[in-house]
Design a protein around this ligand. Structure first.
Ligand code: IPM
Ligand code: MG
Length: 360
């Protein structure tokens, strides 16, 4: 098999973590007889520096033609204060929407090996935690009408609009219900239907769609309550389906339950097999270039790519079990390390995971 992957290394620690994911994929490919063709393009701050815009058309075109996109992270202080549509983040939103990737899957899994890294008490995380946040990614307040009125005067106002159509809610709800099969079969839909009209529609549509999936149990929570419940009793959650903004916030919260945002991968998918795979963490400019960033989230994102875009489930499991083995042997990057562990750098962590794959 042969796959074409567009690589967007991005800014900050992006290039460092991407390099390790590419090493792991190449090692896996050599072992499994899979060829990965990597083509690098620019997006984010690096693209602003090189081309004057965060998402050059050529980057988007290359992504569209490839089988999958692997992304590091974008942004940094250097590009702060640019107009809204010229920021590195605007490039990220442009690529998600330009590729029609309406669903963002963010698994928050607590590894047994990493339980001690969770800030929650052992009594709260007694069993394994395995939550999948399904975040709507190309609608809502991120893409609604926004603007400023009376610019520059002391009566200045700014607004952003949350808007969802039935079709947008239906497709993300279906994806969440389907994802619940083969898991614990519970979907929690998170909204703010006690206040927002868009949330009232969200809830109505999710209830209607749920009738197509009678085996799946549907629960509803208001977002404020959901954010509390995630900390109080994370085990009650299986699949969480929610809007773009609520999903952004709740997935960061869910990630912290697992101990480190440096561990969590994500997949952004749409109607076809083309997907965008990126760690949920940011570009962390404060630690860039020091070989201390945790590459595991990006390596696990590559595993999600194998599973969702290439349907290579066995290969994905190989990568995931290599990660677990390295953790079980006591190796940790700085963010998840503590006394008694062997602290290693970004490159060393990548090498260790690659050698576990070779050793199988
Ligand atoms: C994320 C990030 C992005 C988002 C930012 C960088 C635009 O926080 O992927 O969660 O809000 O979607
Ligand atoms: Mg976020």
């Amino acid at each position: 098999m042969e796959y074409n992957i567009t690589v967007l290394r991005g800014d900050g620690i992006g290039p460092e973590v991407i390099d390790q994911a590419v090493l792991v994929l190449n090692t896996l490919g050599a072992r499994q007889g899979i060829t990965f063709n990597f083509r690098e393009e620019m997006m984010g701050g690096c693209a602003i520096d090189a081309y004057g815009e965060p998402l050059p058309l050529s980057t988007l075109e290359t992504c569209k033609k490839s089988d999958a996109v692997l992304l590091g992270a974008v942004g940094g202080p250097k590009w702060e204060g640019l107009p809204g549509d010229k920021t590195p983040e605007a490039g990220l939103l442009g690529i998600r929407s330009g590729l029609g990737l309406y669903a963002n899957l963010r698994p928050a899994i607590i590894y047994d090996e990493l339980k001690e890294a969770s800030p929650l008490k052992n009594s709260v995380i007694k069993d394994n935690i395995d939550i999948l946040v399904v975040r709507e990614l190309t609608g809502g307040i991120y893409f609604g009408d926004r603007g400023r009125l009376n610019r520059g005067t002391n009566t200045e106002e700014a607004y952003d609009t949350e808007k969802y159509s039935v079709a947008e809610i239906e497709r993300i709800a279906r994806l969440a219900f389907k994802a619940a099969y083969g898991r614990r079969g519970i979907v929690t839909s998170v909204d703010k239907a006690n206040v927002l009209e868009s949330s009232k529609l969200w809830r109505e549509v999710v209830i209607r769609v749920s009738k197509e999936y009678p085996e799946i149990r549907l629960k509803h929570l208001y977002v404020d309550n959901a954010s509390m419940q995630l900390i109080r009793d994370p085990h009650q959650f299986d699949v969480i389906v929610t809007s773009n903004l609520f999903g952004d916030i709740l997935s960061d919260e869910a990630s912290m339950i697992t101990g480190s945002i440096g561990m969590l991968p994500s997949a952004s998918v749409g109607g076809g097999t083309l997907g965008l795979y990126e760690p949920i963490h940011g570009s962390a400019p404060d630690i860039a270039g020091q070989d201390i960033a945790n590459p595991i989230a990006t390596i696990l994102s590559a595993a999600m790519m194998l599973r969702y875009s290439f349907n290579q489930n066995a290969a994905a499991e190989l990568v995931e079990s290599a990660v677990k083995k390295v953790l079980a042997k006591g190796y940790r990057t700085k963010d998840i390390s503590s006394e008694g562990f062997k602290t290693v750098g970004t490159k060393e962590m990548g090498k260790l995971i690659a050698s576990e794959i070779k050793a199988v």
